[in-house]
Design a protein around this ligand. Structure first.
Ligand SMILES: *Cc1c(COP(=O)(O)O)cnc(C)c1O
Length: 355
C-alpha cells in the first residue's frame, strides 16, 4: 500500500535508505553483528564517521576551515550551545517563527539579544530583507526555513559578522554558498536521518574567543578534538545520514535536488492559488519549498476535507498544533507523485464543494 507521507519531522526518507539502514540493524556489512552491537570506536564505525564527514563537505562544497560534528540533544541543544560558545556580550537574532523564538530565549541566558526583525505582528508570514546587522555583536543568528508557518529565507545578509544558521528543515535541499556561514546546525530528523542526531558545521576560527568555562559536552572545541566521539554517539542516525548523503550524491547533488524541490513546491502552490477553497497566507517571496502551509477559507469544510485525504492514505497533512490548517512537508525524499496525488485530491475537493 502506497502511503503519501507529508509528516513535518520525523519525516519521509528515501526508500532505499530505510531498507539499507534496516538491514544494518540485522546484519551490519555481513559481519554477523547488528550496527547496534558494535563499538563506536571500532574501525568499521570510524570509517562511517569519516565517510559521512567527507560526504557533507563534498556536497556542501566546504573546505578544511570547517569541522563537521554529529552531536545529540537536537537543534534544541544548539539554541544554548551557540551562545555558550560564541556570545561574549551580545548577539543579533532574526525572530522569524517558533524555533527562532526558542533560540532567542536560550541566548538571553548568556547576554544581550538584539532582535533585528520580528515577524510576530504579521503572524510570521513575512521575512524582512531590510534589517541592519550592528557592527558590535558577536554573531548574527537566523533560521533558514521556518518549519511551522512555512517561510524560507531566500537571501542571506552580506556581513563580516559571523552568520549562524539553524537549517534543521532545509539542509541539503538547495544550493547555497555555504562558506558564507560560520556555523550551521540541523537536527537530522527532517531531511537527513532518524531523530537523535544534530549535524553541526562550524568554522574553526570562530571558536576559543570566549572566557567562560564551558562544560565538555557543550564545547565545540572538545567535540572537534574528539571527532564526534567524546561520548557514545547516535551510531544509527549517523549511519543513516551517510546513506542519505550517498543517495543525494547519486541523484546529482544539491543542484538536482534544488530544481526538483522548486518544481514540487511550485506545483502545490499553484494549485492552492488556483483553487476556490484553499489559501496560502505567506508573502510570496518568502514561501518555503519544504513546508507548504495552507488553510481552508471556510473552516466548516475542514471535516469534509479531512475525511477525504485521510481515506486516501495521505498522512501528516495536519497543520502544527499551534497553527491549525494544513501543512504539506515536501522534503527531498517526498516523491513528485505524492504531490501530484495530493493535488488531485484538492482538485476533487474543489469540484465537489465550491459553489
Ligand atoms: C524541528 C526543528 C527544531 C527542533 O529540533 P529538535 O531536534 O526537536 O531539537 C529546531 N529548528 C527548526 C527549524 C526545526 O524545524
Amino acid at each position: 500500500m502506497k502511503i503519501h507521507n507529508f509528516n513535518a519531522g520525523p519525516s519521509v526518507l528515501p526508500k532505499e535508505v530505510v531498507i539499507k539502514s534496516a538491514k544494518s540493524v540485522i546484519d551490519f556489512n555481513e559481519s554477523g553483528l547488528s550496527l547496534l552491537e558494535i563499538s563506536h570506536r571500532s574501525i568499521d564505525f570510524l570509517e562511517i564517521i569519516e565517510k559521512t564527514i567527507s560526504l557533507v563537505k563534498r556536497i556542501m562544497n566546504l573546505n578544511d576551515d570547517y569541522a563537521i560534528l554529529f552531536l545529540q540533544g537536537g537543534a534544541t541543544l544548539q539554541f544554548a550551545m551557540v551562545p555558550y560558545n560564541l556570545m561574549n556580550k551580545q548577539a543579533a537574532y532574526l525572530d522569524t517563527g517558533f524555533w527562532s523564538k526558542n533560540a532567542i530565549k536560550e541566548a538571553k541566558k548568556f547576554g544581550k539579544v538584539k532582535i533585528l526583525f520580528s515577524g510576530k505582528n504579521n503572524n510570521y508570514t513575512y521575512i524582512s530583507k531590510n534589517y541592519k546587522i550592528p557592527y558590535n555583536v558577536d554573531y548574527f543568528h537566523c533560521t533558514s526555513n521556518n518549519t511551522i508557518v512555512g517561510t524560507q529565507m531566500k537571501i542571506f545578509p552580506k556581513t563580516s559578522i559571523p552568520i549562524i544558521c539553524d537549517m534543521s528543515s532545509d539542509i541539503f535541499s538547495r544550493k547555497l554558498n555555504f562558506c558564507q556561514f560560520s556555523l550551521i546546525y540541523a537536527s537530522a530528523q527532517k531531511n537527513v536521518s532518524s531523530a537523535g542526531m544534530t549535524i553541526v558545521i562550524v568554522k574553526k576560527d570562530i571558536l576559543g574567543k570566549i572566557k567562560r568555562n564551558i562544560p565538555s559536552y557543550m564545547d565545540y572545541k572538545i567535540h572537534i578534538q574528539n571527532n564526534s566521539i567524546l561520548n557514545t554517539p547516535n551510531v544509527f542516525s549517523i549511519y543513516t545520514s551517510m546513506l542519505t548523503l550517498e543517495w543525494i550524491e547519486k541523484k546529482g547533488g544539491l543542484s538536482f535536488l534544488e530544481k526538483k524541490n522548486q518544481y514540487k513546491a511550485k506545483l502545490l502552490y499553484n494549485e492552492i492559488d488556483k483553487s476556490n477553497l484553499f489559501e496560502n497566507i505567506i508573502h510570496r517571496d518568502d514561501r518555503s519549498n519544504m513546508n507548504v502551509s495552507f488553510f481552508l477559507k471556510e473552516k466548516n469544510l475542514e471535516k469534509e476535507f479531512n475525511k477525504m485525504w485521510k481515506k486516501e492514505n495521505i498522512v501528516g497533512l495536519d497543520g502544527h498544533r499551534f497553527l491549525g490548517g494544513y501543512r504539506a512537508s515536501i522534503y527531498n525524499a517526498l516523491p513528485l507523485e505524492s504531490i501530484q496525488f495530493l493535488i488531485e485530491i484538492m482538485k476533487e475537493f474543489d469540484r465537489k464543494f465550491s459553489s
